[in-house]
Write a protein that binds this ligand. Structure first.
Ligand SMILES: *Cc1c(COP(=O)(O)O)cnc(C)c1O
Length: 306
C-alpha cells in the first residue's frame, strides 16, 4: 500500500528546509534553539521585508497604480527589497533616499537602480517630515497617481502580511513544540504581526533601538489581548541603531563558527542572538525550546566593510 511509504514524522523529519537547529556559546544543556530561515525565503526580498510589502503590492495593483513609492536610508533592507519586489510585480518603484544628495551610490542603491528604481535624494530635514515632505509633494506632482508605502513597509497592511507569516511559521514548526519565539524589531511591525498570529505562548522582542519603552507600549497596545505573552528588550548595550560594537562583531564571528550554515546581520538578528546568549549566560533565559525568526538583512553588511 502507498500509505506505508509515507515518512514517519519525528520532530527531526518535520523540521523542513526552513528550520535549523542552532547553538549559542552560553546555551545550557537541555535548552533547544531553532532558527526559522526567513533569510532563505524570497531571494529578492529575504526575511520579513517581502511579507511586509505583500499586501501593499496587492493593493497598489488592485487599485491600478503604475507608480509605487517609499522612503529609506542608503543601506536600507527595505529599499533593497522594495525595488526588486515592485519591479517584479510590474510596478515602477520610486525611492526617496534619506540624507544629503549623496555623491556616490551605495551598493544597496546600485542594486535598487539595477532593479529599475528611480531614486530621489532628500535632505534629512525634509525626509523627517515623511508623507509631508516637500520631496513627496514634488514626486506626486510629477508622476500623478502614486501609491505610498510608509518607511520600513509598516502600516496596517505591513502588520497583516506579518500576521500571515506568523500563521505560516506556526504551521511549519508546530511539531517542534516551541514555548517561545524570538524576533528582532525596528518599527515593530513584524513583531506585532507575529504576536497577532497567536501561534506560540511567548514572543520575545529585541529592539534594535535604544530606550524603546515607548515602542514597547505601542506594540503591546497594537497586539491587544491574546494568549501570546510579550517580553521586550531594547539595545541598551551596543550604542543604538546601526552601531556595531567590537563585542557584537566578535559574537557574530563566534556564532558563525558554531553554526557555519548561518549568517546573521549586524543590525537586527545579530543583536537579538547576542542578547539571548547573554541572558542564557546569566541564567535568565526561561524558555526550553525557542524558535528565533531570521528576518534577513544580510545585504546590510555592505554598510560595515565586511
Ligand atoms: C527591517 C528589519 C527588521 C525590523 O522589522 P520591523 O518590522 O521594522 O520591526 C528586523 N530584521 C531585519 C533583518 C530587518 O531588515
Amino acid at each position: 500500500m502507498l500509505m506505508a511509504k509515507l515518512p514517519i514524522h519525528t520532530a527531526a523529519s518535520m523540521t523542513n528546509a526552513l528550520v535549523d537547529t542552532i547553538q549559542l556559546p552560553n546555551q545550557p544543556t537541555g535548552v533547544e534553539l531553532y532558527l526559522y530561515r526567513g533569510d532563505k525565503e524570497h531571494p529578492d526580498a529575504p526575511g520579513n521585508k517581502w511579507h511586509k510589502l505583500k499586501h501593499h503590492l496587492q493593493r497598489a495593483l488592485w487599485e491600478g497604480y503604475t507608480y509605487i513609492a517609499t522612503f529609506g536610508g542608503p543601506y536600507s533592507n527595505h529599499i533593497h527589497a522594495f525595488a526588486s519586489s515592485c519591479s517584479k510585480a510590474g510596478l515602477m518603484p520610486l525611492v526617496v533616499v534619506r540624507g544629503e544628495t549623496a555623491p556616490q551610490l551605495t551598493p544597496t542603491l546600485k542594486d535598487a537602480v539595477a532593479a529599475g528604481a528611480i531614486l530621489f535624494p532628500s535632505l534629512r530635514k525634509d525626509y523627517r517630515l515623511g508623507l509631508n515632505a516637500s520631496v513627496k509633494a514634488a514626486i506626486d506632482q510629477e508622476y500623478g497617481r502614486v501609491y505610498w508605502v510608509p518607511e520600513g513597509g509598516g502600516g496596517d497592511l505591513g502588520v497583516q502580511g506579518c500576521r500571515d507569516w506568523g500563521y505560516e511559521i506556526g504551521q511549519r514548526t508546530q511539531a517542534l513544540g516551541c514555548d517561545a519565539w524570538a524576533v528582532a524589531a525596528g518599527t515593530g511591525t513584524t513583531a506585532i504581526g507575529l504576536a497577532q498570529a497567536q501561534q506560540v505562548e511567548n514572543l520575545c522582542i529585541f529592539s534594535a533601538l535604544q530606550g524603546a519603552s515607548v515602542q514597547h507600549q505601542q506594540i503591546v497596545e497594537q497586539v491587544g489581548q491574546g494568549k501570546t505573552c510579550l517580553s521586550f528588550w531594547d539595545d541598551d548595550w551596543n550604542g543604538g541603531f546601526g552601531k556595531l560594537s567590537d563585542s557584537l562583531r566578535q559574537f557574530i564571528e563566534v556564532f558563525h563558527e558554531l553554526n557555519p550554515s548561518v549568517r546573521l546581520d549586524p543590525i537586527y538578528t545579530g543583536k537579538a542572538l547576542y542578547k539571548i546568549n547573554a541572558l542564557m549566560g546569566s541564567g535568565r533565559w526561561q524558555y526550553t525550546r525557542t524558535l528565533m525568526i531570521h528576518t534577513g538583512g544580510l545585504q546590510g553588511w555592505r554598510g560595515f566593510n565586511g
